[in-house]
Write a new protein. Structure first.
Length: 249
């Protein structure tokens, strides 16, 4: 008697955006380890020079570039969209240009990428995974007005896709990380250090909001993305799932 390995991506085509570093890169590497044929893209493709799958430069906030990129596919089984931008500030501290940049990078990019990928998924079904955030989109956090709004919109889009394409066998779920130790976080620590006086104080600020007492890792997020990509999670769709070290307790 043979059993099917439900936690495998053998024979699957996976597309990962913002795969150059951090969570996106960890997801691309994990999908590759699970046996998928992985197409990884990033605005800075040089970050992917050592990646073992297919590599492309892609500005996911450029609709023409996204449309052109997806014409290269004939089939997509898994899409992980990890593009995002963190603006720090209240609504009063956010200019309209900064607001628009937040929407363009975090939310509009998802519209461009997901709407371009779905036609290549409808024939056989598949899994769409968006990287949202517990910050702002599920729970309000100080000085995250634009970021929280964009990520909340991303969750809404993900849930809408889950409802609209269930009959095509497409599942869509949003992963909502807490604070993850990544290059993106390090840049925010460096920025906050100018206000708080030191990188140590800035890192403590982010650590203090983690009840678990530690930061998350990109690998932990990638592991759950792998679960959502495989048939092990076949009944899970339309969910916004927090991986947050207890922030939402």
């Amino acid at each position: 008697m043979t059993t099917t390995n439900l936690y495998s991506l053998q024979g699957k085509v996976a597309v990962v955006t913002a795969a150059g570093q951090g969570i996106g890169r960890a997801i691309a590497d994990h999908f590759l380890a699970l046996g998928a044929e992985v197409y990884a893209s990033d605005l800075n493709a040089d970050l992917l020079k050592d990646f073992g799958g297919h590599v492309a430069s892609l500005d996911a906030a450029d609709p023409a570039a996204v449309s052109s990129y997806f014409t290269t596919f004939s089939r997509i089984d898994i899409l992980a969209h990890a593009v995002g931008y963190v603006h720090q500030g209240t609504i009063e501290e956010c200019s309209f240009a900064e607001w628009q940049r937040s929407m363009d990078i975090t939310l509009n990019s998802a519209f461009f990428v997901l709407s371009s990928a779905i036609p290549y998924m409808k024939d056989q079904g598949g899994s769409i995974i968006t990287i949202a955030s517990v910050v702002g989109s599920i729970k309000g956090f100080p000085r995250r007005a634009a970021y929280g709004t964009a990520k909340a919109g991303l969750i809404g889009l993900t849930k809408s896709i889950a409802a609209d394409y269930l009959n095509c066998g497409i599942r869509a779920n949003a992963i909502c990380p807490g604070t993850v130790d990544s290059p993106s976080l390090q840049s925010r620590i460096n920025e906050l250090a100018e206000t708080l006086g030191s990188p140590k104080a800035a890192k403590a600020f982010f650590m203090d909001r983690q009840p678990s007492g530690r930061l998350g890792t990109p690998a932990e997020i990638a592991s759950f993305a792998g679960y959502l990509a495989t048939e092990s999670s076949a009944l899970i769709t339309g969910q916004a799932i927090a991986i947050d070290g207890g922030i939402m307790i």
